[in-house]
Design a protein around this ligand. Structure first.
Ligand code: SF4
Length: 409
């Protein structure tokens, strides 16, 4: 979501005549896009803001956008006097007008291009979220859901493809809830409509919600060769009692039924999830249920987080953070170790097989890389390929999070 927001603001700035600086030292304007999903993310913003104090000068502008604006608003300006502007997500016009008044265009010097990659176009199709998970600050900082008209989304994607994008990533905090405001057509219809754009090679979407995922979407994924076989389906806990306390709106048997149906249709599905350990009231038994879930489902990737209470959330304000920090660490380390072994097995299944890889760019060693249809990163060895190409790779190397191999003959 943050990448999409950054991209959207960058596009507005580029359209207004600004250019992207190759590094901070040659920039006039720094924009921090912020995340507050965890306390650690928020701390990172404050530390970056402190760092920027020595960079700041009267000619330079520091602006801050993203979820911290929704949470703290204009109080940030008084707390950080070197901060020039707070920019609400999506409301960029006043900021652009202020910049225009501030900078003398005649004095600008052309900068070398910073090398943006436009292979993947991120597009927000829903802003906000209508759920109220008890641990989550998102509905408070991003508000209730706002759905973009399907025709507008398709038009923007078509334009991105004309400009060179080969992949579109449809985004929403809960993308499965998407519906066209006029017709009510859902995500499956949107994915199908976007996939019809000529020269577009791949459509991805994230993040799904087990309560809202429509079966039709799985059928479209399985049948449409342009749609990724990748599902980002956060489970958060493998314990029904904790799921109820989290107000997730589903139980384990429902989640497992979706996984079974999806894998029945797409045996090669890439399955990604999020898990929180140490949620208030998480007993050893509840934790072991989550552990068993990881063993049973064998996800490709599990984004693990220790619970941290967020002010403004139900759990943060009403419930005691009763799992001691040391115990949270033990639980997360246990799951990290378990998941490393599972991910290594999942990756090893690719050895000797071919993967269809959309090239995104080059790594620090100059080797092309991209993602396969299942969302896993793949490095192309000893082959010359260009960003935007869809190539077949013979997988000869596999680590838990990564595959590699030469282009297949
Ligand atoms: S569905 Fe996701 S974004 Fe919405 S409240 Fe729950 S965790 Fe937060």
């Amino acid at each position: 979501m943050n990448l999409a927001d950054s991209e959207s603001l960058a596009r507005r700035l580029l359209a207004a005549g600004y250019s992207e600086a190759p590094d901070l030292e040659r920039a006039d304007i720094a924009v921090l896009n912020t995340c507050v999903v965890r306390q650690a993310s928020e701390e990172k913003v404050y530390s970056k803001l402190h760092e920027l104090r020595s960079w700041k000068s009267p000619e330079r502008t520091i602006a801050l956008t993203g979820c911290l604006v929704g949470k703290e608003g204009n109080t940030l300006l008084s707390r950080f006097p070197h901060l020039d502007a707070v920019v609400p997500i999506g409301d960029y016009d006043p900021f652009l007008r202020d910049l225009e008044a501030r900078y003398d265009w005649a004095q600008g010097e052309p900068l070398p291009a910073a090398g943006r990659t436009l292979v993947s176009h991120y597009i927000n199709v829903i802003q906000g979220c209508d759920h109220n998970c008890t641990f989550c600050i998102v509905p408070k900082v991003r508000g209730r859901e706002v759905h973009r008209p399907m025709a507008q989304v398709v038009k923007e994607c078509r334009q991105a493809v004309q400009e060179g994008a080969r992949e579109v990533i449809l985004l929403g905090q809960n993308v499965d809830d998407y519906h066209d405001p006029a017709t009510g057509a859902g995500l499956a219809a949107l994915v199908s409509a976007v996939s019809e754009i000529e020269a577009l090679l791949r459509v991805r979407f994230m993040t799904s919600h087990p309560q809202d995922l429509e079966p039709e979407l799985l059928r479209v994924m399985a049948a449409n060769p342009k749609v990724a076989h990748e599902l980002q389906l956060p489970v958060q806990s493998g314990d029904d009692l904790i799921l109820r306390r989290m107000a997730r709106g589903y139980q384990m048997r429902h989640y497992l039924a979706i996984v079974n149906e999806a894998r029945g249709l797409m045996p090669d599905l890439g399955l990604y999830t999020d898990v929180i350990v140490g949620f208030p009231g998480e007993s050893e038994e509840a934790f072991l249920n989550t552990r068993r879930l990881l063993q049973e489902v064998e996800f490709d990737v599990v984004h693990l987080a220790q619970y941290s209470p967020r002010p403004g959330t139900h759990a943060g304000e009403k419930w005691l953070d009763d799992v001691p920090a040391e115990e949270k660490r033990r639980r997360i380390n246990d799951l990290l170790q378990l998941q490393r072994e599972i991910a290594a097995r999942r990756s090893a299944r690719w050895l000797g097989r071919t993967a269809e890889v959309l090239i995104e760019g080059s790594d620090q060693l100059g080797r092309p890389y991209g993602r396969n249809r299942q969302g896993k990163r793949v490095t192309v060895l000893r082959s010359r390929v260009q960003p935007g190409e869809l190539v077949t790779v013979s997988v000869t190397e596999a680590t838990p999070g990564h595959l590699a191999g030469p282009r297949a003959c």
